[in-house]
Design a protein around this ligand. Structure first.
Ligand code: 13P
Length: 252
């Protein structure tokens, strides 16, 4: 039985007071929730200290994630935030390699490999994002592209390290576009990702949670989550609405 996870990636949205309201709404909506789904939120860096403290004090069953971290441990790296700093604020997870970071901030595999190690060494779990662009899917290169993203970074880990990793498959053409992958497309890719990981890591691949991300919402979540290789979702837009986000959690 694999873990079930629904994670909300807030991206660069909400001012801190709005983030606080959102967390209080989530607290209210999940108070009575009996669920085996792990709920994670990834607010902007600027919110983590305050929200981390609130989550700890109220003992909410929601875990905190960051959306990125530095690829260096500490020192003269102006503007960067280290894995240790995030751990210290109560983060349990760090999203790494999101397509928006790969595309707009030239995130590369070497840097991602360093980040994954730093996050694992701090006792946190990386949520490692992979996914193809529209033109790559149209050229029927989507399997090849995703396999390469996995090989370039995850293949360099040891099996025990891999056990801390969560993979998120986010087809770039489905992010923020309203164009969701069909549940069959998601299942096909998730099964493929598990096979690629299994080629190198054997049975570790059976345990790794693989989340789907890309225009996931209450109306399509249960269909997508019903697939055997889909272990949850990485939710963007819909995670900014507490009702929608909790409805997605409940659709498992
Ligand atoms: P949307 O749910 O807004 O399409 O975003 C998905 C995503 O990028 C989550 O990381």
């Amino acid at each position: 039985m694999r873990r079930k996870i629904v994670a909300g990636n807030w991206k660069m949205n909400t001012l801190l007071p709005e983030g606080e309201v959102l967390v209080k709404q989530l607290e209210f909506l999940t108070e009575e929730l009996e669920s085996d789904v792990e709920i994670i939120i990834a607010p902007p860096f600027t919110h983590l200290a305050v929200l981390g403290k609130y989550i700890k004090e109220t003992k909410m069953k929601i875990a905190l994630a960051a959306q990125n971290c530095a690829d260096q441990e500490k020192g003269a790296f102006t503007g960067e935030v280290s894995a240790a700093m995030l751990r210290n604020l109560g983060c349990k997870f760090v999203i790494l390699g999101h397509s928006e970071r790969r595309e707009y901030y030239a995130e590369n595999n070497e840097s991602l490999y360093k980040k994954i190690n730093l996050v694992i060494n701090e006792g946190m779990q990386p949520i490692f994002c992979v996914g193809e662009k529209l033109e790559e899917r149209q050229a029927n290169r989507h399997f090849e592209v995703v396999a390469q993203q996995i090989k370039d970074v995850l293949y360099r880990l040891r099996g025990v390290e891999l056990d801390n990793v969560i993979v998120a498959y986010e087809p770039v053409w489905a992010i923020g576009t309203g164009m969701t992958a069909t549940s069959d497309q998601a299942e096909e890719m998730h099964a493929y990702i598990r096979r690629v990981i299994g080629d190198k890591f054997g049975e570790h691949a059976d345990r790794i949670p693989i989340l789907y991300g890309g225009s996931c919402k209450p109306s399509n979540a249960s269909e997508i989550f019903s697939k055997s290789n889909v272990d949850g979702g990485l939710i963007g837009g819909a995670s900014l609405d507490a009702q929608d986000f909790v409805a997605i959690v409940k659709s498992f």
